[in-house]
Design a protein around this ligand. Structure first.
Ligand code: SIN
Ligand code: FE
Length: 301
């Protein structure tokens, strides 16, 4: 894993950028690559969050325009929704050219705003982000698609401090067996699992959506929890500290880069799910790394 700085006004090689990200590097910008109006920034820096144990951050779903986790008057919620919608649109416009091979292929996932100081947060274990982990979303299975995230630290004075761990190949080699990769793989594609999958899809088609998870998705959820639960891993695994300074941005596939956030407040973020078919280096994906390791297919329908 390397942090690779993208110089302002440097010529863009978008295929190379996609490849670097897929291989587990972080692309870093010492600025936010689009303007956020100063009165919007001021509003964001004054935003307060609702029930901080229930909602880890303020989330915004750009499609339906759903804002969650914000405490404040209705008109402030509308203003925040408008700002988040704009952040999401500008990030997507920027990435649509910076990562052109993915444009139009990704699905736009949640955006978020993170106004709470991350140091010393009191959260349930599996929600604690100061523990190293790779991302997996219980409600959004990807079937081998990848979780791409664009972050901006809009804090005018303080950095956002992360730690990042070893590459996914090494991580999986050391820890996937203990997280029961073999057991998940063995159940993949069995008649029982197929019947369950068909039932989940049938319920979805009559309006009762349940997450339709592949074996890959089931494993990645387990892996996320397993790493957070594993004290030995949390204390002794190799890691690098990174500090994202005020007014900077970074792009990262958080499904392959183990990460934790140690301190900082006021980050904005937009997530994309990049489908497996759109990847430029599919062999470097967590799906293929895990499949090579357990010698089984993890996306049998
Ligand atoms: C995460 O662990 O995905 C969140 C990182 C952050 O909020 O900086
Ligand atoms: Fe995470």
């Amino acid at each position: 894993m390397s942090l690779i700085e993208v110089a302002k006004n440097a010529p863009i090689d978008s295929r190379e950028s996609c490849r670097l990200l897929e291989e587990g590097n972080i692309l870093f910008f010492d600025h936010v690559p689009f303007a956020i109006p100063s009165d919007d920034l001021e509003f964001l820096l004054s935003a307060r969050q609702d029930n901080t144990r229930l909602h880890k951050n303020i989330s915004f779903r750009p499609g339906p325009g759903l804002l969650r986790g914000f405490s404040g008057a209705k008109q402030d919620a509308e203003r925040l929704s408008g700002i988040m919608r704009e952040y999401s649109a500008r990030a997507t416009e920027f990435l649509g050219s910076f990562l052109a091979p993915y444009a139009g292929k990704w699905s736009l996932d949640y955006a978020s705003f993170r106004p709470i100081e991350e140091a010393n947060r009191d959260l349930p274990l599996h929600k604690r982000n100061e523990l190293l982990h790779v991302d997996a979303f219980p409600s959004r299975p990807t079937w081998g698609g990848r979780i791409l995230r664009f972050f901006s630290n809009i804090n005018p004075t303080e950095g956002r401090v992360w730690e990042v761990g070893e590459n996914f190949e090494d991580l999986a080699r050391k820890h996937a067996f203990d997280a029961e990769l073999e057991a998940v793989a063995k159940r993949s594609g069995t008649p029982l699992e197929r019947v369950i999958g068909r039932s989940v899809r049938a319920l979805g088609s009559v309006g009762l959506p349940l997450p339709d998870r592949s074996a890959y998705d089931k494993f990645m959820l387990r892996f996320h929890d397993h790493l957070k639960e594993n004290r030995e891993y949390q204390s002794n695994s190799p890691r690098t500290r990174l500090e994202f300074p005020p007014n900077s941005s970074w792009i990262v596939y958080t499904d392959c880069v183990p990460h934790s956030v140690l301190s900082g407040r006021f980050a904005a973020e937009q997530t994309y799910i990049v489908p497996f078919e759109a990847l430029l280096a599919p062999e470097a994906s967590p799906l293929r790394i895990l499949e090579r390791q357990c010698a089984a297919s993890l996306t049998v329908r």
